[in-house]
Design a protein around this ligand. Structure first.
Ligand SMILES: [Zn+2]
Length: 151
């Protein structure tokens, strides 16, 4: 006997507050107030980790020094999104997410690449940060990265 299962559909609203912590707070404030990008150096393996973090993901050692990196960097990998998800995508499609290793950093991080034909994005491409006009204290205070056209 096959009986159809009842499915209830609804939407959940879950308001919450999340404390960013001291490292992330300083990291976001440097972007919002000074348009500067900072990583932290691991005193054991000497890697500069970006975004700044409290502990090294390789040796689990607490980081000590803050190191300014970027705002230029290199695309190490990327993907192009061709469908619209306006509630979660900050740009209309087609848009590109790239792993970007900022100059002076030893780790790459994911961010948007824009002001370029997505078909022209390639690994090794040099990019630079474009900062938001009205910072909000989150990673989108770097609006996106764009190709370096000169220099
Ligand atoms: Zn380390």
């Amino acid at each position: 006997m096959s009986e159809e299962i009842i499915v209830h559909r609804t939407a959940l609203s879950i308001p919450y507050a999340w404390a960013a912590g001291r490292h992330a707070t300083r990291f976001y404030r440097e972007i919002a107030e000074h348009r500067k990008l900072f990583g932290t150096r691991c005193p054991r393996c000497q890697r500069v980790l970006f975004p700044a973090r409290k502990a090294c993901s390789r040796c689990f050692t607490e980081t000590t020094d803050w190191v300014e990196v970027g705002p230029r960097g290199t695309v190490t990998s990327f993907t192009v999104v061709h469908y619209a998800e306006p509630q979660i995508q900050p740009l209309p499609p087609p848009l590109a997410y790239a792993l970007i290793q900022l100059d002076g950093a030893d780790t790459a991080f994911i961010h948007l690449v824009s002001e370029v034909n997505v078909a022209e994005i390639k690994t090794g491409m040099r990019v630079e940060a474009v900062f938001a006009e009205s910072p909000q204290g989150n990673i989108l205070d770097v609006k996106f990265f764009k190709p370096i056209t000169q220099g």
